[in-house]
Design a protein around this ligand. Sequence first.
Ligand code: ADP
Ligand code: ZN
Length: 731
Amino acid sequence: MGQKDFFDEGDLVAVLTTQPLDRLLDYRAPEGGCHLGAFVEVPLGPRKVPGVVWAEGRGDFDLSRIRSVIRVLDVAPMREEMQQFLERAAAYTLTPMPAMLRLATRAPGLGDPPSMRKVYRPGDTTPERMTDARRRVLEALDEYGGLSFTLKELSDAAGVTPSVVKGLVKIGAVREEDTPRDMPFPMLDEGYARKALTEDQAAAAEKLRAGVQSGGYGTTLLRGVTGSGKTEVYLEAVAECLALRRQALVLLPEIALSAEFIARVEERFGAKPVEWHSGVTMTERRRAWKMVGQGGAQLVVGARSALFLPFLDLGLIVVDEEHDTSYKQEDGVLYNARDMAVLRASICGAQVVLASATPSLESWTNAEAGKYEKLELTSRFGESVLPDMRALDMRGVDLPSNRWISPRLKTAVEIRIQQGEQALLFLNRRGYAPVTICRACGHQIGCDHCDARMVEHRFLKRLVCHQCGETKPMPETCPSCEAEDRLAAVGPGVERLSEEAAELFPEARIATLSSDLFGSARALKARITEIAEGGADIIIGTQLVAKGHNFPLLTLVGVIDADLGLQGSDLRAAERTFQLMRQVSGRAGRADKPGEALLQTYQPEHPVIRAILAGDEQAFWRAEAEERRHAGVPPFGRMAGIILSSTDMQEAFDAGGFLAREDAPLRQIGAQVFGPAPAPVARIRGRHRVRLLVKAPKGVALQQAVAKWVAQVKGSTNLRLTVDIDPQSFY
Ligand code: ADP
Ligand code: ZN
């Protein structure tokens, strides 16, 4: 770009800060100068704020008033490709740059001097009184030469208590030193424990290796049923990447997944990868962020935000379970990590592997069109086969009220338990009951801030709004008519299903897995491991269990309500249901025991249910693609969602009406606007929400047009406008 990459003291530099300003700010480079991309602290009004030296200063500001950068932080400067990535991601998602920079600096205390910890090395004196324990400590220090130990490492290596080491420190035979905690991570060994691959695994691995060796960009869709060895195969691509001394990133949809995954990586490469997700401590987060930037971290396993880490030389990104909806961030910066992975890789010359048993229609279409390479693993590893899937037609079943487990499902569960196997009852609804109704007046208890019904969580003994998180105690009288003892739970959630299961199977050990039942991700992980090892007979769970956990003893999956996802107006409803049902069913029979999946449904003829049962994925995708092509919706057209919200309903509607009329920028690209309409959830946290939907042909400059279009809105500060490019959900 012909851009200067070092600035001498006093030179003008343009700094991007994390403050919500719509432009770069000019400063003077500090004493000692600074690099392009340097992380700095700058004065802004009375405050000091963090920022990045983004470009040469433009000097379009009163030069006498320009202040100096306060200091350059002790971290590697942001690389130019990272700047490019953030700029292009911002342009794609119509996100202001300061918000992008916040995403890219999500580690605390980057500017702090590294925190210290004590390490131990050989000292200069020999103890007068030499005990056996003392000798072992000195030998351990000696044996490992210059390596320094932490107290625990040293006492463990010597087989002594820490007090022995401390005693040696006192007499100077061992030296205690402070060193920075941000140490490089242990090295992974790509050849540590290779597995013998099956023929088609080996062929797929070879293709992925070749991609990594090319050193350039490419995306591959790796498709294969659960258990076919996709993980095994992409770990070979990781191995190749490590051998080339480039860094690799594996994205996983749910942090609960990583316990099992981390152990697998360690088995394969002899050391743990770097973890990046909300369960990681702040100190480790900072260490990870810094080491990724300095090359002291080779493989990162993380949640979607790991994509914004400052990799030194990223050669491979794996997006596991690429269809998973949690890759789309629905708060703050609205981005889809799968798409951003492809963008980042195309900028830095990396390979992307999208792995899934049930790819998204977007990826399937890209692969069919030849934009992505396609690899398939057809058979499951070892003896196991896909479970036998059957519908349980609920139309003729006479269930007592407040019962959801049909007699046939009950019998099937009993058989499994008798054989010492596990059964999963799947219901994608958190809480006890989705609706609480007053039997006297018919009032349904809703959230005070949202247009949503409150969900009873008996475990928490409260009503919870799943939109805004508001909770209140379960009232004793109806809030509307004040009748006593007439409030009734309607419909099942997992907690209520557990109650039913406890009555039906009094002898069984029942485990309920729902994200809200666990205080922390760690607690959840621990529980999952325990269950996988046989700590329960019946697992009751929400979609949390559909995501790749390996339960080797699980042989029966009962889907309580297979029709649940088919309701609603979401254009991806069919796709989601198909994927979810396939994934859940895929939990059964992974080891050497054949599995069975039973789907309770009131619409056994529904095309989606039939496609699930037939296991005919290609037919499902083709039919679904045809419908979407016909409707001109993604991936055959583009969409953008606009949400206008305000505490004043009229203001939100007025702004929506204004946008609908002033649609010239959209018409120029042949796009149409629908709405304004109240959003499906018309009020969240007391803010009224109005939605518009833009539909555009594929291949037009949608973002520019939308940016121009929404810039026309001039509302009060109370009015908020959010643009969601490629919306995934329509609430
Ligand atoms: P997927 O990612 O497609 O669900 P995995 O890679 O997790 O499949 O494989 C499923 C199970 O089979 C795992 O326990 C894995 O260790 C095992 N497995 C798969 N391929 C092999 C192989 N070639 N050698 C040994 N074990 C394998
Ligand atoms: Zn609410």
